[in-house]
Ligand binder design. Structure first.
Ligand code: ASP
Length: 339
């Protein structure tokens, strides 16, 4: 009898900490996962694990580690039904977004999870999060063919997610998309919200452009700061966090600074500082200039999705401004709503 198999990719984060006899926290060896979560002995699918060469606090996450994670999944893709990535919560939404763009034709679940309290602590949320992530990745209940985040009681689309709390167990949210499943006594999957599957082989894109920046607007932002950022040597892309539905100051110095950067070949995309809702270019006079000079509207993307999408699109289509613009405006992996 064949039974389902899940591969855990362990990258670090709070979840992987256990207390030693003196009470200090250390990363645990994944081969001891059954000691840390004894309930896993009862599950009827196989679990294997791989650990990154260096386990990290996710504040040290980098594009090259995204490539390492994706390469493990690519290498093992045909051997497992699904994948669980154990990851620190701080940059989990960035990694989930980056992986979603890297994987084209993903037809298996890649579920990221972590915890607010280490597994080795009595009240850890990690046990429940790992168990539910594994259940989802085993595909015995439903096939979720996307990169997602499981946290507390919800399964979220990865590239719609944002970390919203540094203290609550309920640490993630997708403000612009409903959760893909709610987990209580039962798992209730909302299959109509999943990305569609296809029959094409997995394709993994591993090029990221790192020369991107985030420009967050605030009342009083001045030319020294804006010019210094836009004139960064080698800069290729800027994600600008605008106000409300995509509004920005209309001062001539500001618009001209952006226009010059765009003329030099820098791609500038606008996303909103609001947690929910979308950029709508030209809805207010305060976004008409941005539209005129060629700022790309990022719709309802999160900042995490916008930054990683910018890195991915510029990495794979360097020197093709029209293609870059088109791809940024188009939903590639369900990261933005149409229209
Ligand atoms: N600093 C930790 C990390 O992101 C926090 C966590 O795992 O919750 O790696």
């Amino acid at each position: 009898m064949t039974h389902n198999k899940v591969l855990i990719v362990y990258t670090g984060g709070t979840i992987g900490m256990v207390q030693d006899e003196n009470g200090s926290l250390h990363p645990f060896a994944l081969d001891r996962i059954y000691d840390a979560v004894p309930q896993l002995r009862a599950c009827d699918y196989g679990i294997d694990s791989v650990t990154l060469d260096n386990i990290i606090d996710s504040s040290n996450m980098t594009p090259s580690l995204w490539v390492d994670i994706a390469s493990i999944i690519e290498r093992e893709y045909d051997h497992y039904d699904g994948f669980v990535v154990l990851h620190g919560t701080d940059t989990m939404a960035y990694t989930a977004s980056a992986l979603s763009f890297m994987f084209a034709h993903l037809n298996k679940p890649v579920v990221l999870t972590g915890s607010q309290l280490p597994l080795g602590m009595l009240r850890s949320d990690g046990r429940e999060n790992i168990i539910c992530a594994l259940e989802i990745a085993s595909t015995r209940l439903a096939l979720v063919p996307e990169v997602c985040i499981f946290f507390m009681s919800h399964l979220y689309r990865g590239n719609r997610s944002t970390k919203i709390s540094a203290e609550n167990f309920d640490a993630f949210q997708t403000f612009n998309y409903p959760s893909l499943a709610r987990v209580g006594i039962e798992f209730s999957f909302k299959e109509h919200l999943f990305l569609p599957t296809d029959r094409q082989p997995l394709q993994v894109n591993k090029q990221f452009e790192r020369r991107v920046a985030v420009l967050k607007l605030f009342p009083g932002i001045g030319p020294e700061v804006v010019n210094a950022l836009l004139e960064t040597p080698g800069l290729q892309g800027v994600v600008m966090e605008t106000y409300g539905s995509g509004n920005a100051p209309t001062d001539a110095w500001f618009i001209e600074a952006l226009e010059h950067a765009i003329e030099r070949g820098v791609t500038v995309m606008s996303v909103t500082q609001c947690k929910a809702g979308a950029v709508k270019m030209r809805q207010y006079a305060a976004s008409c200039d941005l539209d005129r000079i060629g700022v790309v509207g990022g719709g309802d993307m999160t900042i995490e999705a916008a930054v990683t999408k910018m890195m991915y699109v510029l990495g794979t289509h360097h020197g093709e401004p029209e293609v870059v613009r088109h791809l940024l405006e188009t939903p590639l992996r369900g990261e933005m709503s149409m229209g």
